[in-house]
Design a protein around this ligand. Structure first.
Ligand code: SAH
Ligand code: MG
Length: 200
């Protein structure tokens, strides 16, 4: 897949400040999905510096993103980037902790939920925000491979092992969920693509 970097300055900032941003392959995959499935309303958990959100809205003028971020430094940088690049005002930045953010301040008919915040909390975000999706909405979770770090590596810290354990639990929970169908895409840092099962 061909990838064209629309925001080289934001990417440069991310590299210099070690800000975690989505990897090119996964981004290209999601942008293709947005186009193909005619996704219009996106809820993103974890804005960082608004790199992914700006790429999502670049797919088309009818794509709208609500995105939640709690970190002050990120919010400041995201605000700058949105001011500079989001000319059609397609992005709304919601400031606060996504585990507590008032649901009423958001929409209730999203086509896509993109979970990309604290990795140990993905299941909590899923449960909290899935009710805001349309019936045939899609949930995408990033960093399912967590940089390829293995849980069996004896040299990793206890904190890291706990987090990997949580990602693994989330993974298994998704796979075994009776109402959802999940497949994993081994691009970038690993994406989980989840859809509600169709009732027959
Ligand atoms: N989606 C961005 C990257 C997000 S990095 C991109 O690809 O460009 C993850 C972000 O989630 C960090 O900025 C972190 O501050 C934020 N975050 C983590 N836990 C959060 C929470 N509970 N509520 C809101 N933001 C959170
Ligand atoms: Mg990510």
């Amino acid at each position: 897949m061909e990838f064209y970097e629309l925001y080289p300055n934001i990417k440069k900032y991310a590299l210099e400040h070690k800000t975690p941003i989505i990897m090119e392959d996964s981004l290209e995959y999601i942008k293709t999905l947005i186009k193909k499935e005619k996704v219009q309303k996106i809820l993103e958990i974890g804005t960082a510096i608004s790199y992914s959100a700006l790429h999502f809205v670049s797919v088309g003028e009818d794509v709208l993103v609500d995105t939640i971020e709690r970190n002050e430094v990120m919010i400041e940088e995201a605000t700058k980037n949105i001011q500079e690049y989001d000319n059609k005002k397609q992005i709304t930045l919601h400031k606060g902790d996504a585990l507590e953010y008032p649901i009423e301040a958001l929409g209730k008919d999203y086509d896509l939920l993109f979970i990309d915040a604290a990795k140990a909390q993905s299941q909590k975000f899923f449960l909290r925000y899935v009710p805001l999706l349309k019936e045939n909405g899609i949930i995408i979770t990033d960093n399912m491979n967590f940089h390829g770090v293995s849980i069996d590596d004896p040299n990793i810290s206890r904190n890291l092992r706990n987090m990997l354990k949580k990602i693994q639990n989330y993974n298994e929970w998704l796979i075994n969920h009776p109402d959802y169908e999940t497949h994993f895409v081994d691009l970038g840092d690993g994406l989980a693509i989840t859809r509600r099962k169709k009732c027959s």
